[in-house]
Every structure is written in structure tokens, then in C-alpha cells.
Design a protein around this ligand. Structure first.
Ligand code: G3I
Length: 301
């Protein structure tokens, strides 16, 4: 096929992009989105600070613009993210203990209920593990409410929207390393104890290369009985960019439970990684060599 989404669909996968509601009025941006992608993630609009800026007062205007655009154009929506230590509203940043735990679970329930039936996969918890070799949870006010906060969030999300796939999402977990192994052990424990988890998201914010054990890492998680998704892919521009995108695409296609790929933005000018030009379209909206490499990898075989 001649577009990313149709080529991925022929292999049983979705191909998505992170998008910003305030760019949907840009015809170049929306033209590429509608032509090439069949899944979207809100880059910021469904986060806690955006959806509950004051405690108990929920605002869905920007998130709804994304959901409505997706539904009108036959796209799936990945929900991102119900609980994350970053981009907490200021009122939550100053909370702790049982009051914070109640506020967290209320947030999960309210947002997942509001979007019930419209979300393909939710990032229920984002980035809860520490970097480095400790394998520990990341310290945060969320974590200090008790080590069971993650499973409590997954149970609350399942109760609110039983049809959504519930994902744990993180970065620096793309290779086999102490951080990814800690996540692996959590997922294994959740599956053994019946905690509702369906998928693991691998953000995949890469430098100029992808890890040699990327596919093996995706495969070991899939073997636990969860889907895996590449959720925030971007790869720094350089002489290896197209090849690295090809390898990332091939890794997903080689793992039967890798259900889709999302790139973290559309044009280089849309990326959070200023100056790295890490996406598939240049700032004018032209297809890059990386685009062709992904398209050809999706169509191979
Ligand atoms: O919207 C406000 C604007 O009103 C204000 O004038 C401006 C001034 O700083 O800030 C704007 O908000 C910014 C927002 O992006 C929208 O552009 C925030 O400052 C900025 O912090 C925020 O950055 C986002 C970042 O998450 C926050 O941590 C990026 O767009 C977004 O790409 C990035 O995405 C994260 C994923 O959620 C999780 N994984 C890592 C990934 C990259 O950091």
C-alpha cells in the first residue's frame, strides 16, 4: 500500500501519531494526519494538569477535539496518560497520603468513565520506574501513597472502561536492562495475581540507533501474555535515521503481539526534541527518507 496506515493495516497493525489539538486547524498538518495515520495520541490534552486543573473540576474541551477528529476520520485513540508524576496539576503536587490516593483514583475513574468506549488503549500509568540499575520505583508523591498505587489505578480503569486495553508505558525500557526487567517483573506479578493489565508501551525515544535487543525485549514482554506497542517513537536525524526507523518497524512486525506503532509527532517542527528532526516528515510536511524506509518495511514480505 502507499500510506503508513494502509500498509500497517495489511499487517494487522495500526500506525499512529501524537497530535496537538491546536494544530488541527493547520491544513498541512491535518492533511498528513488524515492521509497517513489511523490512530492518534493526545500529546498533552488528556494529562492530569489538562483534564483536572482544579480538583474535582474536569475540562475535556481540548481532548474532545482530538477524539472528535479521530472518530470523524475512523482513527483509533490511545489515551495518554491517567497517572504520571510529571504534569500533575499544582493542587495535586502539593498533596500526599490518603488524600492524594483518593484524588488519584477519582481522577482515573472520572477520566476513564468520561471517555468510556472511545479509547482503544489507555496509558493508565506512565513512567513509574527509576532510571539506572536499581530496578526501583521512581520516587514521587504518587509512589509515596503506597507501592500498590499502580495496581489500584489499573483496577479503577478497568471498572470505568472495561473495553479499553490498559497499558503501562515507560522510556529507557526499550532494551533488556535493569529498568525494563523491573517493569517485566511487575507485569509478570500482575498477570499472576489477576491485576488487569493488557499491554505495555515502549516509548522508544531513540538517539541515532535502536537497541540491538529491542525485538527480543518486546518479545519477552509479549510472552507474558500482554500486547506490546511502540508508543512514542522518534529517532534523531543523522545518516542512520532511515535505517533505524526501518529496524524499529521490523522489530514490531516480527513480534505477533506488537499491535501498533505511534510516532511522537508528525513534522520535525512538531517534535518536542527541538533541533533533532526526529520524525518522518520535514518541517514543510515533505516525506523524509525515514518515511520511505518505514513504508517499505511495512510493505515487505
Ligand atoms: O500550553 C502551554 C502554553 O500555554 C505556555 O505558554 C507554554 C509556556 O511554556 O507552555 C505550554 O505547555 C507546554 C506543553 O508541552 C504544550 O506545548 C509545556 O510547557 C511543556 O512542558 C509541554 O511539553 C510536553 C511534555 O511531554 C511535558 O512533559 C511535550 O509537548 C510532550 O511531547 C511531552 O511528551 C512526553 C510524554 O507525555 C511522555 N513521555 C515523554 C514525552 C516527551 O517528553
Amino acid at each position: 500500500a502507499t500510506t503508513l496506515d494502509a500498509s500497517a493495516a495489511a499487517k494487522g497493525r495500526y500506525f499512529g501519531a501524537a497530535i496537538a489539538a491546536n494544530k488541527l486547524s493547520d491544513p498541512v498538518y491535518t492533511g498528513i494526519l488524515n492521509r497517513e495515520f489511523d490512530s492518534v495520541t493526545a500529546e498533552n490534552e488528556m494529562k492530569w494538569d489538562a483534564t483536572e486543573p482544579r480538583q474535582g473540576q474536569f475540562t475535556y474541551t481540548a481532548g474532545d477535539r482530538i477524539v472528535n477528529h479521530a472518530r470523524a476520520n475512523g482513527m483509533k485513540v490511545r489515551g495518554h496518560a491517567l497517572l504520571w508524576h510529571s504534569q500533575e496539576p499544582s493542587w495535586a503536587q502539593s498533596m500526599s497520603g490518603t488524600a492524594l490516593r483518593s484524588a488519584m483514583m477519582n481522577h482515573v475513574t472520572k477520566v476513564a468513565t468520561y471517555y468510556k468506549g472511545k479509547i482503544h488503549s489507555w496509558d493508565v500509568v506512565n513512567e513509574a520506574f527509576a532510571d539506572g540499575n536499581s530496578g526501583a520505583r521512581r520516587d514521587s508523591n504518587l509512589q509515596r501513597t503506597g507501592n500498590d498505587w499502580i495496581e489500584a489505578a489499573f483496577r479503577a480503569a478497568r471498572a470505568a472502561d472495561p473495553a479499553a486495553k490498559l497499558c503501562y508505558n515507560d522510556y529507557n525500557t526499550d532494551s533488556i536492562n535493569p529498568k525494563s526487567t523491573a517493569v517485566y517483573n511487575m507485569v509478570k506479578d500482575f498477570k499472576a495475581r489477576g491485576v488487569p493489565i493488557d499491554c505495555v508501551g515502549f516509548q522508544s525515544h531513540f538517539g541515532t540507533t535502536i537497541p540491538s535487543d529491542y525485538k527480543a525485549n518486546l518479545q519477552r514482554f509479549a510472552a507474558l501474555g500482554v500486547d506490546v506497542q511502540i508508543t512514542e517513537l522518534d529517532i534523531e536525524q543523522g545518516s542512520n535515521q532511515a535505517n533505524a526507523y526501518k529496524q524499529a518497524t521490523e522489530a514490531c512486525l516480527a513480534v505477533s503481539r506488537c499491535t501498533g506503532i505511534t510516532v511522537w509527532g508528525i513534522r520535525d517542527s512538531d517534535s518536542w526534541r527541538t533541533g533533532k528532526n526526529p520524525l518522518l516528515f520535514d518541517s514543510s510536511g515533505n516525506k523524509k527518507a525515514a518515511y520511505t524506509a518505514v513504508l517499505n518495511a511495512l510493505n515487505a514480505g
